[in-house]
Design a protein around this ligand. Structure first.
Ligand code: CUA
Length: 463
């Protein structure tokens, strides 16, 4: 069958029209609606630059496409083969034509190249010197965020840096410069609503900077976008853009030693900005209030039961004056994880209500073995650096790298059997008689549920 007669078959046209309609419908659906994790929000200088480049290339490319396709279709129809027609004239060796169709694409490539190179130079330039510095460290499978400009005296005269996990706070209007590297394999850091992605590599430091300058107090999803192993998809984080005052309040809280960590080692002297003070449960709080440069109304000090972890603090409600952490009731729905917990893994909430924080603090450095991997600033026993720093874990909205809302119930399940909740996770299975899916064995030496409830009670005081 000759080509031209196939073109005119009505069935082909109908199929073509249907395909075009579907494509247009998909396109329209993609353009409309609420897409909080879309890259087309223009909330930072970075995204505006990239968005501008994307748009002009799309517009320009569309114009070229329409022009070329129009000529092609017109030629196909006008010069289609007809019965008895002589062979058409060949243009091979026509110098004018060959120069023309070499020069036109060259001009097009130059026109594409200029704004592309300009954008690369702008986004790859060094960050401004007054930028907020954030060190991002990728781990299998969680994020460590360090704020090296915010340091304070730690135990034993050493300097501590504000460090958190899986939650990033950025002040609006201030350029943030991320220093990216990895502890293990290659990860990739991406907050789509704010900027492009960038790899985290073990033996090489990458940089990425942008200014979240057109947003208010908002929460954005972030993800790892380089396959990094079993729980690559479960390596998420949140970015909170807040006002400078809110950021300062958050940083001030993060700089504090952990609430209620002192009872574990009552004799150890605690070094604070105010000098050496004995680190008894009550004196820790007193030191916080008295230390120079810290507001007397510093929220942690006003926490009910602060430093006296005899009963669990009212979970989840940060009932202090001022901004401490992003308010949970303001979290947009798309930033609240909906991950189901394993069906066979349960925890009695009545036990959580009876949890004893002081006993939980002891279990963390004792039978719980938490000290092997986790750090809690102000607790000289808790200096592990394999897992996330837990100093202010109760101020975070999620656990397990954005996988579950940070509730006492989820935290209890997590401690009981993290490996059942997140495939491949390095955290041990701690619950007594729990089946460890990595070791393929049940834990005979693990903690019983009331003990886990005690640990949860303690962790929930760590605002
Ligand atoms: Cu880390 Cu994928």
């Amino acid at each position: 069958m000759p080509f031209h007669s196939r073109l005119r078959r009505p069935g082909t046209r109908k199929a073509g029209a249907a395909a075009l309609t579907v494509a247009l419908a998909v396109l329209m659906a993609a353009c409309g609606g609420n897409h909080p994790d879309s890259i087309f929000h223009q909330r930072t200088d970075f995204n505006r630059d990239v968005d501008y480049l994307f748009r002009i290339l799309i517009y320009f490319g569309t114009a070229v496409f329409i022009f070329v396709e129009a000529i092609l279709v017109w030629t196909l129809i006008k010069y289609r083969a007809r019965p008895g027609q002589p062979e058409p004239e060949h243009v091979h060796g026509n110098t004018t034509l060959e120069i023309t169709w070499t020069v036109i694409p060259l001009i097009i490539l130059v026109l594409i190249g200029i704004p592309t190179i300009r954008t690369i130079i702008r986004t790859q330039a060094k960050a401004r010197s007054d930028a907020l510095q954030v060190e991002v460290i990728g781990h299998q499978w969680w994020w460590e965020f360090r704020y090296p400009q915010y340091t304070m005296a730690g135990l034993g005269g050493k300097t501590d840096t504000v460090v958190t996990a899986n939650e990033l706070y950025l002040p609006i209007g201030k350029t943030v410069n991320f220093t990216l590297h990895s502890k293990d394999v290659i990860h990739s850091f991406w907050v789509p609503a704010l900027a492009g992605k960038r790899d985290l590599v073990t033996n090489h430091t990458n940089f990425l900077w942008y200014t979240p300058d057109s947003v208010g107090t908002e929460a954005f999803n972030g993800a790892c976008v380089e396959y990094c192993g079993t729980s690559h998809a479960n390596m998420r984080f949140k970015t909170f853009t807040v006002s400078q005052a809110q950021f300062d309040s958050w940083i001030e809280n993060q700089k504090q030693m952990a609430v209620g960590s002192a009872p574990v080692a009552p004799a150890a002297p605690t070094q604070t900005a105010g000098g050496a003070v004995p680190a008894g449960p009550q004196t820790t709080v007193a030191a916080k209030s008295a230390a120079p440069g810290q507001q007397p109304s510093t929220p942690a000090a006003n926490l009910p039961g602060a430093g006296v972890p005899a009963s669990p603090a009212p979970a989840m409600q940060v009932a202090q004056a001022g901004f401490i952490a992003f308010p949970r009731d303001s979290l947009p729905a798309h930033t609240i994880p909906q991950t189901p917990t394993p069906a066979g893994l349960t925890f009695d909430d009545n036990l959580l209500a009876k949890g004893d924080a002081a006993s939980g603090a002891k279990l963390m450095t004792g039978a719980g073995g938490c000290l092997a991997c986790h750090a809690i600033r102000g607790n000289p026993m808790m200096i592990g650096n394999i897992g996330p720093n837990l100093t202010h874990i109760a101020s975070r909205t999620t656990i397990a790298a954005g996988l579950f809302p940070n509730t006492p119930h989820n935290l209890a399940l997590w401690i009981k059997n993290a490996r059942a909740m997140k495939p491949g996770v390095t955290m041990y299975t701690i619950g007594h008689d729990q089946y460890d899916p990595i070791l393929h064995a049940s834990m005979k030496a693990g903690l019983f549920d009331p003990q886990i409830a005690d640990i949860v009670a303690y962790l929930m005081t760590l605002k």
